[in-house]
Design a protein around this ligand. Sequence first.
Ligand SMILES: [Zn+2]
Length: 354
Amino acid sequence: MAVKTTRINRFIATLAVLACSPLMAPQALAGQDYDTALNYYKQKQYEKAAVHFETASLRAPGNLAANYYAAYCFHLVGKRPEAIQSYRRLSKNFPGTKEAQQAQRALSAIDPQYKASQTGNPAAETGNTGNLDVGSRKKETAESLTNRLVKVQKATGKLADVTGDFIKSIKEMVAAIPLPILILMDERGGEFDIAPSVVEHDLRIQNTAPRGWGSESSWKESPAVCSGTKVIIAQYKLNSSTGEYVTTETEIGVVRHETGHAIDHCLNGFSTRESFRHAYYLDEARVPDELRGRMAYYLQKSTSGPSEVFAELICSRLGGETDAYRKEVGELVYKHFPLCRKEMEKLLAELGVK
Ligand SMILES: [Zn+2]
């Protein structure tokens, strides 16, 4: 506790210094988040402050103070991946400042990739293809990869085994994914696990609510989920109003969306990278007010919004949504996130997708 108080006090001292800095003229859009962040900060709500400082920083990359506060607040509340991203940006964008030096000190303590980058090993922000040897695997076919990536789980509870037709429809969807993406997933632990319901796959998630959903909803109502690099696909989901399980056959689009999340994980969080997040905040700021309610799921704060947009853009690239409601929102995401789309296309080109 004492340590924490000292750190916060030291932080407040720095805050006072930075408050006089000419660098602290945030651009108009970032200003709102910055003000909100300062309010949360004053109320000692450091986690909320961090999210708003980070948003302000990504919208106005020249704003040293926002970047510094974001990194520091994330660090303070133990949000390590977010702190690392923010410290890295601080170190890169403001070389020679004492804040960048502090960022480097923090990174040397919490970022395993920092040491590697110090010894001339370019690991941190690059490496989409990494050691991915697409060339040597040219003989591989979508069918052979599909058969390797798709796994079928036997029923363990009251639901029947998944049907042959369902497995076939999933395999067709997977086989239509561009080959370099299948190779990427194969190399990085990707999988498509078909189970009778998502909760039969992992009982721990049975009564938890998916991110961005109402707290009364549960994964039981979900046709597919992503668990790291694995996509878990259910043939049946719970209809909460009737208490019955219903088929998910018409929701193949959700599987494409979850595949987007799995790809994101295979790339160690592509959607958390500075280039993508910067594109995200520029796009996000231009989403018209009248659409913000309908698109709320894709406008979530912190890393959620960018990760959902990335997943949905991949979904549209793999054939799009199938359910009527999701189709409509998916098309809105496609239309209103053009810079994110560009970043995704750059990535796909780098992976060798034509
Ligand atoms: Zn999602």
